[in-house]
Design a protein around this ligand. Structure first.
Ligand code: HEM
Length: 423
């Protein structure tokens, strides 16, 4: 079976483009080969076919999970994520986990977290002056938000211990090559070996989480996602085990920390270069605020693809593709197609207010189908709160030219970290 066309350059070269200049790489392959396009990088063992047309994207998101599991793409995370993690499960088990984990993300309960997020954002922004690398600060803020709102950390000591343990563990997880290599080898050559150090860090992190869970079980209540997750009951009426809760909390941390930080850093990178957007944001119209958030997620999505591995041949957009390869909805390309987004490269929140509603299969910063981001409402709420809190800050770019997109672990970030001058 022939694969769609794509660059003939060696995988090593394509890997460099994919990693160092992802936006330019994707634009080039799209211009040259159209849609779909086959790329070969070291990120996947077999070629990956990228789709961006809405009809093809719909087909990718509708693939039967038995034929095209997504959990296998995250398999390397298993040593950290754990066996109950929504990230590594597929099929019925995945759907069951998804129903459980989505409870805290609904309606009123979710909105209830808004004031805490707003307060954390205000605390963070009140420290800004001079040159600020917003990506670093947003990593700090989004972690703080997860510790307080998701894990329900109470008091500074509990938060500080968890923060410290998260840093040690995530430093390893963030290094994709190291994580991949370690999950392949997984040989414990003592506490000083990379795997040994990683295992110790995860153990320490887990024991802290178990302590937090035990304290919350002993004193229920409070408004955190953990409090809501503790209320879960499976089909037999059983509450979740500590292990299961641990895997849920870690899934929310792994999926929600870097993605939100990258998206917020892009927001500051774009806003610093668009004073008219900032001026309108200051007027306080909630619809405009929402449009700004959506436009940031469109023009600079934090993740570029939603990948699936084909275990059997599958038909996508009228073409049969062979088993073994990877297919992906290319979020980055779908969100920047000129035929669907006039002046696609421009940062124009107005398009969300004046224009027709977007095709749902081209508005996909959160992926789609049964794997669509479980935290999307939370992520958008967090972005709205941070941008609302920052509306009165005087910010300008350190350099006038836009920052380029660069891959940092799994997410795409501004290459200078979204640096701005405040004041
Ligand atoms: C702007 C920030 C975010 C972006 C751009 C984003 C994007 C995504 C994408 C593209 C996927 C994969 C979808 C697919 O494969 O079709 C995903 C999955 C997921 N996200 Fe997010 N995400 C963000 C924030 C969050 C937050 C804050 C949380 C939780 C607190 C979260 C929780 C999850 C979970 C649990 C999954 C796995 C869903 C599943 O496998 O069923 N995300 N996200």
């Amino acid at each position: 079976m022939d694969l769609p066309p794509g660059p003939r350059a060696p995988a090593a070269w394509q890997t460099v483009g994919w990693t160092v200049r992802p936006a330019a790489f994707l634009r080039r392959v799209h211009e040259r080969f159209g849609d779909p396009v086959t790329v070969r990088t070291y990120w996947t063992d077999e070629p990956m076919v990228l789709f961006s047309h809405p009809d093809a994207v719909r087909d990718v998101f509708r693939l039967d999970p038995q034929v095209a599991p997504a959990g296998q793409s995250w398999e390397f995370l298993r040593p950290f994520a754990g066996p109950h993690s929504i990230l590594v499960l597929d099929g019925e088990e995945h759907l069951r986990e998804r129903r459980l984990i989505q409870t805290p993300f609904h309606g009123e309960r979710m909105r209830g977290f808004g004031p805490t997020v707003a307060e954390l954002a205000q605390q963070e922004l009140s420290t800004w002056s001079g040159r600020v690398v917003t990506l670093e600060r947003m990593k700090h803020l989004t972690l703080e938000t997860i510790l307080r709102v998701v894990f329900g950390a109470r008091g500074e000591q509990e938060a500080a211990e968890l923060r410290d343990a998260v840093h040690t563990t995530l430093d390893t997880v963030r290094s994709m090559p190291r994580m991949l290599a370690m999950s392949l080898v997984q040989r414990d050559l003592g506490p000083r070996s990379p795997w040994g150090r990683f295992r110790l860090a995860v153990e320490r992190f887990d024991s802290l989480l178990f302590e937090v869970v035990a304290r919350r079980r002993a004193e229920p209540g409070g408004d955190s996602m953990l409090a809501l997750l503790l209320e879960q009951r499976d089909e037999h009426g059983n509450p979740p085990t500590d292990r299961h809760l641990r895997d849920q909390l870690v899934a929310l941390l792994a999926a929600g920390h870097d993605t939100s930080a990258a998206s917020l850093a892009w927001a500051f990178e774009r806003l610093a270069r668009h004073p008219s957007v900032r001026a309108r944001l200051r007027e306080g119209d909630p619809a405009y605020l929402d449009a700004v958030v959506k436009e940031v997620l469109r023009v600079r999505p934090a993740l570029t693809i939603a990948p699936r591995r084909l275990l059997e041949p599958a038909r996508i957009a009228g073409r049969t593709l062979p088993a073994g390869i990877h297919v992906a909805a290319c979020l980055w390309l779908a969100l920047r197609r000129e035929d669907l987004w006039p002046q696609a490269a421009a940062f124009r929140p107005e398009r969300w207010l004046d224009g027709p509603p977007p095709n749902p299969m081209s508005w996909i910063p959160f992926g789609g189908g049964v794997r669509r981001c479980a935290g999307a409402p939370f992520a958008e709420m967090e972005m709205r709160e941070v941008l609302r809190a920052s509306a009165d800050l005087a910010i300008r770019p350190v350099r006038p030219e836009p920052e380029q997109a660069r891959r940092s672990a799994l997410v795409v970030t501004p290459h200078r970290g979204g640096e701005v001058l405040v004041g």
